[in-house]
Unconditional design. Structure first.
Length: 171
């Protein structure tokens, strides 16, 4: 069968799929709320709000993801971050993370676990987008602050994005 969509266009659609779906849900809800009456109109407003919330989340995820093909594979399975790379790898339970940093050049996540191990994960590794959901589980981490740091130029040293508070370590 002949592919009617160019590979570059297919990649762009794949990258924007979550954002496009959220915009479609919001548009459908807006259509229902503006063209209907009664219960369907109220349901339309609800769907519109749901679509806008999905759109906000999708835009945050787009800002988080790095383009390119970095070395290795990242998996997040049952609350554990696993990285398999050409020069090593490792794993860290999300609940055992005590610090999250970004390398000076901005191309690696530095995940420090309770046992002192530092897991170095390329931002462009295959599957690294799953880290977004894992990082949202870190108590007190502000995703908007993380996204602002990602947008900054390279720094002279690694930047700490989040550190577990002493009170959280005691419980």
């Amino acid at each position: 069968m002949i592919d009617f969509i160019r590979p570059a266009a297919r990649q762009a659609l794949h990258r924007w799929r979550e954002t496009l779906l959220a915009a479609l849900v919001a548009a459908l809800g807006l259509f229902w709320s503006l063209t209907s009456i009664g219960l369907v109109q109220w349901f339309g407003w609800l769907v519109t709000l749901l679509g806008l919330a999905m759109l906000w989340s999708a835009i945050q995820r787009m800002r988080f993801v790095t383009r390119g093909a970095g070395p290795g594979v990242v998996q997040v399975v049952e609350g554990e971050i696993r990285y398999f790379g050409p020069r090593g790898g490792g794993f860290a339970a999300v609940d055992a993370i005590i610090a999250l940093s970004l390398s000076a050049d901005g191309s690696y996540w530095l995940v420090e676990a309770e046992d002192g191990q530092i897991l170095v994960v390329p931002r462009a590794a295959s599957g690294a987008e799953a880290l977004f959901d894992a990082f949202t589980r870190l108590p007190g981490l502000e995703m908007e602050q993380l996204l602002r740091i990602l947008a900054q130029d390279p720094a002279a040293q690694a930047r700490t994005i989040w550190r577990r508070s002493a009170r959280t370590l005691l419980t």
